[in-house]
Write a protein that binds this ligand. Structure first.
Ligand code: KG4
Ligand code: ZN
Length: 343
């Protein structure tokens, strides 16, 4: 087998997306399918774990079959199976894990457990649908992972080498977007909705607090969320309609300023050659623009469709683990609270 051209089947079920993909050489996407449960959870205004795992059970086999079909491959023609081991919802992770184990057992293919956060990082290695392949990130790399469940600053000195510098002390960035979205009466998930309404809003209309947490690489977004709540309560008593677009734009500006400011400072302090931004919130247009405009070093941000949860990133991370001789046995279990520092 030619390891460098290895094709990896990736499976992702850590949260509310059932996804399967086939990726070659850790970069080339042969297929990537995502069955989102967003509409299902929207009625609850957030993710309902029991509903999520039941939906994964219904969707996982058709989606794996379709991913192989779309790549024009039989399971025997891939070299390894990668699956999200954690962090994530236990009942959701188990569905992907058991599926991957069943496929590995039946085919004899190697099985590789992947950390969901490292997979978000490896989404920057994937070639999107651009004509020119995106440049390969170079180490030392300062990675900011901003998703619905996590906000982490990570120094990556080489493949699979992660030094966690800091993280959120309360809400994750995406969680703050989702909660503020709900406060403003916007549909779930709040991130894309806030981005949309912010386009007609003034980011300086409200002076919301920025939690810099000096001397640390940590983040905090709960004070900002409370400040928005207080402002909403104050304005609700008035005759005029709530200035949703101004509130959203001012909130978004506060989040972007802190994320970009701390990441650039960390990159300078740790002499990182390049910056990488990944996770659902990295789809945010204002965040992408601020990084591209303000960073003195190259910033890698995956194309928007690879920022949110997908299985191509799981296959990519699995490929690099496999390339570095890592493999897991069928006794592998899910790790719902698996920090990147313990990978
Ligand atoms: O990475 P992801 O798909 O799932 C997790 O691993 O959590 O991230 C989902 C999060 C949600 O909180 C969602 O509101 C946020 O990413 N998000 C955005 C945008 N698109 C998705 N936040 C801000 N702006 C966006 N355009
Ligand atoms: Zn994610």
């Amino acid at each position: 087998m030619e390891l460098t051209a290895a094709r990896v089947l990736g499976i992702e079920t850590s949260c509310d997306e059932t996804a399967a993909a086939v990726v070659e050489s850790g970069r080339v996407i042969l297929s990537s399918l995502v069955a989102s449960q967003v509409d299902l959870h929207a009625q609850f205004g957030g993710i309902f774990p029991e509903v999520a795992s039941r939906q994964h059970v219904r969707t996982i086999h058709p989606i794996v079959t379709a991913a192989l079909q779309e790549a024009h491959l039989d399971l025997r023609e891939v070299e390894a199976i990668a699956v999200t081991r954690g962090p994530g919802l236990p009942g959701s992770l188990v569905v992907g894990m058991n599926t991957a184990k069943g496929l590995a057992l039946g085919s004899g293919l190697p099985l590789i457990g992947v950390n969901h956060l490292e997979a978000h990082i490896y989404s920057a290695w994937l070639q999107g649908d651009e004509m020119e392949p995106a440049p390969v990130p170079e180490f030392p790399l300062l990675a900011l992972i901003v998703s619905g469940g996590h906000t982490e600053l990570v120094l990556m000195t080489d493949h699979l080498q992660y030094q966690r510098l800091g993280a959120t002390l309360d809400d994750a960035a995406g969680e703050a977007f989702d909660k503020v979205g709900r406060l403003l009466g916007l549909p779930y998930p709040g991130g894309p909705a806030i981005q949309r309404v912010s386009e007609t809003g003034d980011p300086q209309a409200f002076d919301f607090p920025r939690a810099w947490l000096e001397e640390t690489w940590n983040f905090s977004f709960s004070g900002l969320k409370t400040a928005v709540l207080r402002e909403v309560r104050r304005l609700e008593g008035r005759v005029q309609a709530l200035p949703v677009s101004h509130l959203a734009a001012s909130f978004q500006a506060a989040v972007v300023e802190v994320l970009v400011g701390k990441t650039l400072r960390a990159a300078q302090t740790f002499k990182a050659k390049q910056i990488l931004v990944a996770g659902g919130v990295s789809a945010n247009r204002a965040l992408r623009k601020a990084f591209q405009e303000q960073s003195p070093v190259k910033v890698h941000i995956p194309p928007v469709w690879l920022c949110t949860d997908n299985a191509a990133m799981i296959a990519a991370a699995g490929y690099f683990r496999y390339l570095h001789g890592q493999q897991d046995g069928l006794e592998m279990d899910v790790l719902p609270n698996w920090p990147l520092s313990e990978v």
